[in-house]
Write a protein that binds this ligand. Structure first.
Ligand SMILES: N[C@@H](CCC(=O)N[C@@H](CS)C(=O)NCC(=O)O)C(=O)O
Length: 70
């Protein structure tokens, strides 16, 4: 199953994880999260209650916190 990175292009925390994924050549699907949109934020908070980005998803497994993701 492929990795999904929930992120936003303007978030430097997301860049931190992207750098590691690109450096390792790890395949992933990028999904943009728009935390400024109430509906999108609520949908994302259902996945991860703190609604912080980025979030790495590996099937049913959710990995928060950039240092852990790397
Ligand atoms: N300690 C977290 C920090 C993540 C974080 O603060 N992300 C910011 C974006 S750069 C965020 O989600 N801000 C939205 C909010 O706090 O509502 C990590 O390393 O993943």
């Amino acid at each position: 199953m492929s990795l999904v990175l929930h992120s936003h292009p303007l978030s430097s925390y997301c860049w931190k994880v992207l750098i590691a994924l690109y450096e390792n050549g790890t395949p992933f699907e990028a999904r943009m999260v728009n935390l400024g949109d109430a509906q999108a934020r609520a949908a994302y908070a259902a996945l991860w209650p703190t609604a912080k980005i980025p979030l790495l998803q590996d099937g049913d497994k959710i990995v928060p916190e950039t240092s852990i993701q790397i």
